[in-house]
Structures are given as C-alpha cells and as structure tokens.
Design a protein around this ligand. Structure first.
Ligand code: G
Ligand code: G
Ligand code: MN
Ligand code: NA
Length: 254
C-alpha cells in the first residue's frame, strides 16, 4: 500500500502538522482555546485529510507514536501562548482509543506536561464514545488518573457511532461535543433541534458542559446559545489554522 510507505517517511520528513481551531465560550463569546487537528502535507498529493490517513497510521501500529507526537506538539504551542500575552488558553488534543490500551498513558501525559511547563488545567483530551466499549474497567482507571491530574476529558462526535449513553455512566467526562451532523441547520430543522435540546438537557442533568461542533452560521450559533449550549466551534468563528495564525487571530479579536 503506497500510502503506508509515504506515511513512514512523512514522520521523518516532518510532513505532519497540527492545525488549531478556536474554541469559543458562551460568556461574551470569549476564546477558550483551540482544538489541535492533525494535517498531512503530502509532497505530491497535497493536503490529505485525517480520515484518510489516521486509520492507516493506526493499522501500522503507530497510534502511540503519533499520539505522543501530537500531544508534544500541541503542548509546545500552548506553552508559547502562555508565555506571550495571550494568557491561559486551553488546548484540546484528540486521543485514539488505541492509546488508552497503555497503562502508562497518564504518566506519559504528566511527563509531557512537565517537560513543557504547561499546567494540566490547560489540557483537554478528546475521546470518542467507542473507548468505553473495549474494556470499561481499564478505561475507568485511566480516566480517574487523568482527571485526578486536573486534565479535562471530552467525549467527541457525541450522538454518532455505536454507543449511546452508556459511556457517560461508566466514564466521568467533563464535556460533551455534539457532532456537527446535528448542528448543521439547527436553527431551521426540527429533528436537529430536538436532538440538540436533549443533549444540552443531558449535559445539565449530568453536570457536564456541552460544546456544539461545526457551527457555520450566526443563526445556528444564536439558536444554540439561546438553548443553553456552553461552548462552540466551527467555521463561523474560525477555521483550523497554523499555531501562529491562531495566536494572531486571538490578538485581533481582543
Ligand atoms: O480536521 P478534520 O475535521 O478533518 O478531522 C477529522 C477527524 O480526524 C476528527 O474527527 C478528529 O477526531 C481526527 N483527528 C484529528 N487530529 C487527530 C489526532 O491528532 N489524533 C487522532 N487520533 N485523531 C485526530
Ligand atoms: O475531532 P473531530 O472529528 O470532531 O474534528 C472536527 C472536524 O470538523 C475537523 O476535521 C474540522 O476540520 C471539521 N470542522 C470544524 N469546524 C467545521 C465547520 O464549521 N464545518 C465543517 N464542515 N467542518 C468543520
Ligand atoms: Mn475532536
Ligand atoms: Na468531533
């Protein structure tokens, strides 16, 4: 498989990058931080989306290596924000369910935080619901240790995929990210409104904050804010961008 060969070289040739997309808080539309999203700038094929290469990386047994690379890169960036005049911005990093298979994930995260001098409260980890389906007891232990360190845990793409509500009972999440699928046209679609309202109510009932992903229009943002959504992300606020562009973007808004 040609992509595999190229991917092995991609890491050595530093073709992988992280893009940062703004996370907006409901209170006065404040910038809370950014989600780090992996990008592959292929020398001949151009930009390859993560959906096309992350599963390949994982099948090659590189989930740990790439996961740690992403964490390191994102925390180095966050350290730069804290050191400049940008203040305390959170950085959210995606974690593959394969990374949870390792018992020492919390220690690895701790060591990475320390090496960059970033506080645990500035880090958020995003996981999909599928994590709980593998080995719930084991995941619970890992989650408890990460949370005890002060790291926030978010369930990504909520409402899609296999699991329903069970992961919210077995695992302590701090944040639910409503999948873009339910956010698109939420200001005009009755079915999406019913789903978003239920997820927001669910978050309130469980004491978990709720973020809407993929907000592209002002109408969607206003509907969600009016219905009690806490956090927002999407092209309406900002596209994923380089770390440097993100820092400039935050300064521009101040
Ligand atoms: O950037 P884009 O919207 O195309 O991202 C698509 C998917 O790729 C997202 O759902 C996200 O969860 C996943 N993804 C992005 N960056 C990373 C990463 O660093 N690690 C892992 N495991 N998945 C990522
Ligand atoms: O981690 P997750 O799979 O949720 O990643 C979010 C994905 O959604 C990223 O690939 C990002 O590029 C994409 N995205 C972020 N905001 C928007 C948006 O407003 N519209 C669309 N279509 N995609 C978005
Ligand atoms: Mn995510
Ligand atoms: Na998502």
């Amino acid at each position: 498989f040609a992509l595999e060969q190229d991917l092995r070289q991609a890491i050595d040739r530093r073709e992988l990058r992280l893009a940062y997309q703004p996370l907006v808080d409901a209170s006065q539309g404040c910038i809370g931080g950014a989600e780090a999203l992996i990008r592959w700038e292929h020398p001949t094929r151009g930009l390859i989306p993560p959906a096309q290469f992350v599963p390949v990386l994982e099948s090659m047994g590189l989930a740990q290596e790439i996961g740690m690379w992403a964490l390191n890169t994102a925390l180095r960036e966050a350290r730069g924000w804290a050191a400049s005049d940008l203040g305390r911005l959170r950085v959210a990093v995606n974690v593959s369910s394969l990374q949870l298979e390792r018992d020492d994930l919390p220690q690895l995260v701790q060591r990475t935080l320390e090496s960059h001098g970033v506080s645990a409260s500035q880090l958020e980890l995003e996981l999909t619901e599928s994590v709980a389906t593998s080995d719930a007891e084991h995941c619970r232990g890992i989650f408890a240790r990460l949370r005890a360190m002060g790291i926030k845990l978010a369930v990504d793409d909520f409402g899609t995929g296999y699991s329903g509500f069970s992961s919210l009972r077995t695992l302590d999440f701090d944040k639910i990210k409503i999948d873009r699928e339910f956010v698109t046209d939420v200001d005009s679609r009755g079915d999406s409104q019913a789903i978003c309202q239920s997820i927001i109510a669910l978050g309130r009932g469980l004491g978990i904050r709720v973020l809407a992903e993929g907000v592209e229009r002002r109408g969607e943002y206003e509907w969600l804010r009016r219905h009690g959504c806490h956090h927002f992300q999407g092209y309406y606020f900002g596209q994923p961008m380089t770390g440097e562009a993100f820092a400039a973007w935050v300064r521009d808004r101040e």
